[in-house]
Design a protein around this ligand. Structure first.
Ligand code: UT7
Length: 325
């Protein structure tokens, strides 16, 4: 029994924030942002629009592509670091909105690696035959934790959601491997210090802007390249494959320079590497499924295509998923 992705979907809110918009609010330039990150635009959710709402829209198109109804779902896993509320889980809100009344629903938190962590769990449940139809969503409203006065981070992040419906099927095609990793000792490279149980929201938290992302950019950059390279090599080695066997690489979209440096280290030509960061920025857990859905819709992924997903994020966390479509 293998877990096969039988439908994908994605959604980004219509409101676009351009680099020129940011030039008006912080000391930056379109040229700096484009050269250092590859980002030109990012999307922003409307006021009151949370991760569940974006996730439901992505899930609805994924279910349609899979020719399944919400009532067919056995499990919903939502990967997000920007949940609608501390509790209940965003997955329960998605379950309610979809009307997937018989599905079990829960969230996982692994920041930008979240979608791959969730795929790994879905794959295990399916291979153990605990569940057959599983909906996995990566959804984020990063704008809710973005400090719009901090030029080192506000240029990077965007809002969006991507979803995949997995089904247990017999045969050779499907998820071939998942590898997930964590190193909590480097938690302080990217984090949101306030608004949780350690420093609940208070006037001090708000005044010190502790409810927003803090990041040590260049240290994160170096580790991102190393960890994504390691994740890719691990997947290849375990599956006895070489770089040339991989038709399409879908890396987490954190920075165009991180993606190019990783590809260079792996000796992968950029024609086989997916990069859409220019349009959406870093959408954290949504970035890989957004790019995956884009490739499915562009017919770049067909039956038999070998797709390698790799991700890196806060935690630290890093992961790979190798799929024979
Ligand atoms: O999702 C996974 C986690 N996130 C990541 O993987 C992000 C990883 N990091 C990065 O993408 C990059 O480190 C950044 C894009 C965040 C920064 O690029 P960098 O090339 O590492 O720049 P830097 O932090 O070394 O800063 C270089 C200069 C500094 O000025 P000084 O000290 O040299 O005078 C910054 O203050 O660029 C300055 N700078 C800016 N200038 C114009 C930083 N942000 C900006 C900005 N506009 N937005």
């Amino acid at each position: 029994m293998r877990a096969r992705i039988v439908g994908t979907g994605s959604y980004v809110p219509p409101s676009v924030i351009t680099n020129s918009d940011l030039e008006k609010t912080v000391n930056t330039s379109d040229q700096w942002i484009a050269e250092r990150t590859g980002i030109r635009n990012r999307r922003r959710a409307a006021p009151g629009e949370g991760s569940a709402s974006l996730g439901v829209k992505a899930a609805t198109t994924a279910l349609a592509a899979a020719h399944l109804n919400p009532s067919d779902l056995d499990l919903i896993i939502v990967a997000t670091c920007t949940p609608d509320m501390p509790f209940p889980s965003t997955a329960c809100l998605v379950q309610s909105e979809l009307g997937a009344t018989t599905a079990v629903a829960f969230d996982i938190s692994a920041a930008c690696s979240g979608f791959l962590f969730a795929l790994s769990m879905a794959d295990h449940y399916i291979r153990l035959e605990t569940y057959r139809n599983v909906l996995v969503i990566g959804t984020e409203v990063m704008s809710s934790v973005t400090d719009w006065t901090d030029r080192t981070t506000c240029i990077l992040f965007g809002d969006g959601a991507g979803a995949a419906v997995l089904q247990g099927v017999e045969g050779e095609n499907g998820i071939l491997s998942n590898h997930i990793h964590s190193n909590g000792q480097r938690w302080d490279l990217i984090y949101v210090p306030g608004g949780g149980s350690q420093q609940p929201l208070s006037e001090t938290v708000l005044n010190k802007r502790l409810n927003f992302i803090k990041m040590r950019g260049s240290a994160t950059f170096k580790l991102a390249v190393t960890m994504m390279e390691q994740a890719a090599l691990e997947a290849l080695s375990v599956n006895h494959l070489t770089i040339d066997d991989i038709d399409l690489f879908i890396p987490h979209q954190a920075n165009a320079r991180i993606i190019r440096a990783t590809a260079e280290r792996l000796h992968v030509p950029m024609e086989r590497v997916v990069m859409n960061i220019g349009q959406y920025g870093n959408t954290s857990a949504a970035s890989v499924p957004l790019a995956l859905d884009e490739m499915v819709k562009a017919n770049r992924i067909k039956s038999g295509t070998n797709v390698l997903l790799i991700a890196f994020g806060s935690g630290l966390t890093w992961a790979s998923t190798l799929i024979r479509w």
